[in-house]
Design a protein around this ligand. Structure first.
Ligand code: CAA
Length: 283
């Protein structure tokens, strides 16, 4: 099967990044979200990013126009009727994702692959709500998608070798490095990264140091490009909490208990960069 047209479901920071890289690789992209204005916001984000590259002399106005012309706007999952692949990057909520996959299974061509960018939900469970579990797979990108090299290729119990190799090849074509991961809570990166962030938030909660102090020690003492508290704000505190809950429930191990301070910030709606306030304030 040759992939030519891809639907990306969700036009937030991950969905827009994935759409940008697909379009710059030469694919036709159907960018889908529940509201047209959300997709337009995603396209504006891509456009801004491309303008930066033009300013740096790495891209021309013509290339930008050609790239954007490969992206079409969609607010109906029915628009998946003529795509060969769907990459779902909707909000990290199990019921929402399962609903999307049930619908996609009805409307996408029988041989289309249904991939999820989920950062921690089980691929096996998502696959089980479809009639094509062998064609369901995790394709997990990292933020910012145009910069980060890794794609975790997460295989559910029923994912076929053929599906895996098509997605592995696609990731390479997108100039990413795919790594095969088994379907267990948090996969690999988030199983390691998010408990580290949770521990950093515990350190703030216990008064070990301020958010700035914790960020400073991890940047200067462990050579992290971004401190863990800044990174938490950047990922979204709701996403960090959702992943901790998945680890806690999935392994049944108290070492994964979410920090009460993280929970409190999410209750306050202080979700990080996307809401203008998390551990830091953004303008
Ligand atoms: N989109 C596209 N490009 C971007 C970008 C964005 N949002 N943000 C930065 N860049 C590019 C810049 O244009 C710049 O490119 P050049 O060097 O080619 O000019 C490059 O990235 C470096 O940017 P800056 O110099 O502005 O800043 P920096 O050196 O601090 O790098 C960073 C920014 C790449 C984001 C770096 O801070 C970093 O690696 N941070 C950690 C990111 C990380 O850990 N991501 C994973 C999050 S976990 C996740 O995504 C998975 C999940 O499921 C939760």
């Amino acid at each position: 099967m040759k992939i030519e047209k891809v639907m990306v479901v969700g036009s937030g920071q991950m969905g827009s990044g994935i759409s940008q890289v697909l379009a710059q690789t030469g694919y036709q992209v159907v960018m889908n979200d529940i509201k047209k204005e959300y997709v337009e916001k995603g396209i504006a984000k891509i456009s801004k990013q491309l303008d930066r590259e033009i300013q740096k002399g790495r891209r021309t106005e013509e290339e930008k126009a050609a790239l954007l012309s490969r992206i079409t706007i969609s607010t109906e999952l029915e628009d998946a009727k003529d795509v060969q692949l769907v990459i779902e990057a909707a909000t990290e909520n199990k019921e929402i994702k399962l609903g999307i996959f049930r619908k996609l299974d009805e409307v996408a061509p029988e041989n289309a692959i249904l991939a999820s960018n989920t950062s921690s939900l089980p691929i096996t469970e998502i696959a089980a709500v479809t009639n094509r579990p062998e064609k369901v797979i995790g394709m997990h990108f990292f933020n910012p998608v145009p910069v980060m090299k890794l794609v975790e290729v997460n295989r559910g119990l029923a994912t076929s070798d053929e599906t895996f190799s098509i997605i592995e090849d696609l990731a390479k074509e997108m100039k990413k490095v795919p790594v095969a991961i088994k379907d267990f809570p948090g996969f690999a990166v988030n199983r390691i990264l998010i408990p580290m962030i949770n521990e950093a938030i515990y350190a703030v909660y216990e008064g070990i140091a301020s958010p700035e102090g914790i960020d400073e020690v991890m940047k200067l003492g462990a050579n992290h490009p971004m401190g863990p508290i800044t990174l938490a704000d950047y990922i979204g505190l709701d996403t960090c909490l959702a992943i901790m809950e998945v680890l806690y429930e999935g392994f049944g191990d108290p070492k994964y208990r979410p920090c009460p301070l993280l929970r409190k910030y999410v209750e306050a709606g202080w979700l990080g960069v996307k809401t203008g306030r998390g551990f830091y304030v953004y303008n």
